[in-house]
Each structure stands twice: as C-alpha cells, then as structure tokens.
Design a protein around this ligand. Structure first.
Ligand SMILES: [Zn+2]
Length: 239
C-alpha cells in the first residue's frame, strides 16, 4: 500500500467535512490538495472563514470594505475550483479575531447546520503559530465542538431548517509542526491546488511566483513520503 493511500485512510469514514479557517486562502494554501482529493471521493466539504481578510494588503490606500468584497468573490471562485459545497464567512475583522463566546456560538451553529462529521482547523497549541487570528480560529473551533452537541446550548439555533445537534466525530489540525502524523500525497491534484490559490488574486497578484513559499513547504513535507508535494495534519483524540 502506498503512503498516499495509507494516509488517506485516515479520512476513510469522512462524509461531511467542515474546515474552520481564519482568512480567505488559508484552506487553499494549507489543505487545498487534500480537499480536492476528498471531493473526488464524494465527500461534501464546507468552508468557514472567520474573518473577512480585510487587512490583507500592503496597499495603504485600499479600502477595507472593497478588499473584503474582493476576497469574498475570490473565496467563491476558489471553492468552485476545489468543488467545495458551501462557503461561510463569519464577518469578523482581520487581525482582531478573538476566541470569545460569540465566535464559539457562530461556529457551533455551523456544526449544527452542516451536520459535518469531521473538522479541520488550525492547531491553536502549536507554539510557532504567530498569527493571532489562526490561534483564535483554531481555539474557537475546538471550543464549539462539545457545546454544539448539547441541546440546552443556544437552543434557538435548532429553529433553522436542517439544524440538529452537532455530530462531529473527528478533528484534524493543520498548520502544525507539533509532530504531524498524517501526510497526504497531493502531487496528483497539485495543479488544482495551485489554481484555487491563484483565485486569490488580491493575495498572489503574480500568480505562481507568489506561491513559491507554499510549494517549498509542500515539497519539504513530500520528502517524508518520497513524493513531490504533500500536505500534513495532526489527528486529535476526541470523544
Ligand atoms: Zn490566515
């Protein structure tokens, strides 16, 4: 059995995946290849961005609402390329995300609405995670896991059509150097990953030339498997 198949087995029972990220382009750069592989297998994938990504520019004259609108459109285009079923944006300002009770409830609502069985999010415990929004998104996504399953928590959320108690069973953390244990060979879908990343034109105006850092990272991880490009995750024990 190849390493690719062995490690994809970690996702063998996944049917509905929700990815909680901080910014438009996090999912694509960190896990876009694996999402493409899972969508090919018929797994329904939902993407959540906690912030609007509205400081993601070096152009001081840019307006934040214009940038936010641009990035929402880029998110939709990337989702179309990857085959993501639905995207959500929780509307927080970039650079100011806090893992508070409001964010926890917003995320729990989406666990209940999507009925996802599997969560991917940032590893909030990796000491090298310097971006506060990444830590906050990961922390809030984990904090919402148990309350989402409890009927007395925010019961008004059950009034929405399709909502039921949260049914997440598995959690995988990305953006971690804390002994990742799942390496996915994404070489076969790398062009799709690159296309989804290039859809974020406001972030990568020169296309692939702005994505060399990502390719180098994925190549370094690929060396562990002896393949060209890999993405990595750490499975978290949950009950
Ligand atoms: Zn980010």
């Amino acid at each position: 059995m190849t390493a690719e198949l062995k490690d994809l087995d970690a996702f063998a029972e996944v049917q509905r995946l929700i990815v909680v990220a901080a910014h438009p382009d996090d999912l694509e750069t960190l896990g876009g290849g694996t999402v493409a592989l899972l969508v090919q297998r018929g797994i329904k994938t939902f993407s959540v961005n906690c912030t609007l990504g509205d400081i993601g520019t070096q152009e001081a004259h840019m307006s934040r609402p214009v940038l936010a609108t641009t990035r929402l459109a880029e998110t939709e285009e990337a989702a179309r390329i990857l085959g993501i079923a639905q995207t959500y944006n929780l509307g927080h300002h970039d650079g100011e995300l806090v893992a508070d009770l409001e964010l926890r409830a917003q995320i729990a609502r989406l666990y209940r609405l999507t009925q996802a069985d599997t969560l991917w999010t940032f590893d909030p415990f990796w000491p090298g995670q310097i971006h506060p929004d990444h830590r906050a998104a990961g922390q809030a996504a984990l904090d919402a896991y148990i309350p989402s399953k409890m009927p007395l928590y925010r019961p008004e959320q059950f009034n929405e059509p399709g909502a039921g108690p949260g049914c997440l069973k598995r959690i995988f953390l990305f953006a971690t150097d804390r002994a990742p244990d799942i390496f996915i060979d994404v070489g076969g879908v790398y062009e799709t990953k690159l296309a989804a990343c290039r859809a974020h034109l406001s972030q990568f105006p020169q296309g692939e030339a702005n994505l060399e850092w990502m390719k180098e990272l994925d190549q370094r991880r690929g060396q562990v498997l002896g393949v060209t490009y890999a993405e990595v995750f750490k499975q978290m024990e949950v009950w």
